[in-house]
Design a protein around this ligand. Sequence first.
Ligand code: SF4
Length: 236
Amino acid sequence: MSLGFRVLPGGAAGPIVKEPGDASFAGWSGRAWRSGRSPARLDGGACPSALDADASVPPAYWGAPSGLACLDTVTSEVWETGYGHHITRLMVLSNLATLLGVSPREVTDWFWAAYTDAYDWVVEPNVLGMGTFALGDLFTTKPYVSGAAYIAKMSDYCGDCAFSPKRDCPITALYWDFLDRNEPRLRDNPRVAMPLRSLERRSNKRRDEDRRVRSWVMETLGAGEVLHPRDRPSEV
Ligand code: SF4
């Protein structure tokens, strides 16, 4: 067994989960992900969470349609092939999970379950270290998060989406809400200075809308339901 992030620089021991997790699969499906028992000496790996993210992996990651074309396309490809390239892992799956505040350990466990190349040396650094910012700036200089503009620029998912990246994409609201919620933790990070300056110019009404969009997304995806533009909370 490799150490993963069970031991941190300087010899400090990170928090470790007692047993391997199932990324909330049993919680919504009512079925166990694994059959049989794990080897007795296997723990669930390191579970740092620099941003105190503790939400569950939503059913959409397990194949339930979400209404977000980028997420639905990537997850269906992963479940079909057991593979996805580096950018979809970061830009879509890790990004959205981080914006939603999903537990980095749960996100990492999901990658373990879904990908054929899930090895310690791939998953732990790429997801736990880089994708979810679980170790803070110990591993990467800033959270790898973005709104819809970046996804629209780097992919062709948005053309098939019920949402518009310029008008009502919930991922953009999630991005601003992520910055708002984590501003106290990120304010001393020079690499986040520019987005935080943009956040300062965002009105309280828009921030309130961002919060309500996040609650709507969390509730809808948490229930395994589909997001529709008509249900999206808007500015009051
Ligand atoms: S509009 Fe938003 S949710 Fe839809 S594909 Fe583009 S980034 Fe994803």
